[in-house]
Design a protein around this ligand. Structure first.
Ligand SMILES: [Zn+2]
Length: 192
């Protein structure tokens, strides 16, 4: 529970990082950050959060909310934090790897649009390697095994298989770096 993800916004409410509940509570406790209420976007310091969102261990908590349970106490888990001072936007490089290409292309074949499942997906070089195509964000897309085989060693033009979307380097907050599951409370701040 303490390693659940918390979205961190800078002072201007721009998402800049993801941290853990444990680290998040520590930031709030040290007064470096406030908790953003997941529904009302009201800001809470540690004390006001505890005053409203700490209950005895045996109290009933809403089913649709995530609460941290200790022996004597239940505390509602923060989902979004806003920093008090930091206003920068650090550049984040998203790792170029197979998993992130799958995520960028939302596990969808970029030629036929099907989502046949991971087992039937592959990575296709848009410009084939044999024709000097690079292994890069701009030249790699998800293709189902069928389309990949059909396309073979040809360019999309030669194979008459147009791409659904122009491949490019995703931003870390496109939902690619974050993962597939974005809590509703994050949706206002991150894309994807
Ligand atoms: Zn396909």
């Amino acid at each position: 529970m303490l390693d659940r993800s918390v979205l961190v916004l800078n002072k201007s409410w721009i998402p800049i990082a993801i941290t853990t509940v444990k680290r998040g509570f520590s930031l709030v406790f040290q007064d470096h950050a406030h908790i953003v209420h997941p529904e009302t976007y009201e800001m809470h310091g540690f004390e006001s959060w505890i005053a409203e969102y700490a209950l005895p261990g045996d109290a009933k908590v809403p089913d649709d909310q995530v609460w941290l349970r200790t022996t004597n106490l239940q505390i509602r888990i923060p989902e979004v934090l806003v920093l008090g001072r930091y206003n920068g936007v650090p550049r984040r490089e998203l790792a170029f790897n197979r998993r992130n290409i799958y995520r960028r292309d939302t596990f969808q074949c970029q030629y036929c649009g099907n989502r046949p499942g991971l087992k039937y997906l592959s990575i296709d070089h848009v410009q084939p390697v044999s024709r000097g195509g690079a292994t890069s964000w701009e030249n790699c897309v998800v293709a189902c095994v069928r389309c990949n085989t059909r396309k073979g060693n040809r360019t999309p033009e030669q194979a008459n298989m147009p791409l659904l979307t122009e491949p490019g380097k995703p931003n870390w907050d496109d939902g690619v770096g974050i993962g597939e599951r974005v809590p509703a409370s994050w949706a206002k701040f991150v894309r994807g």
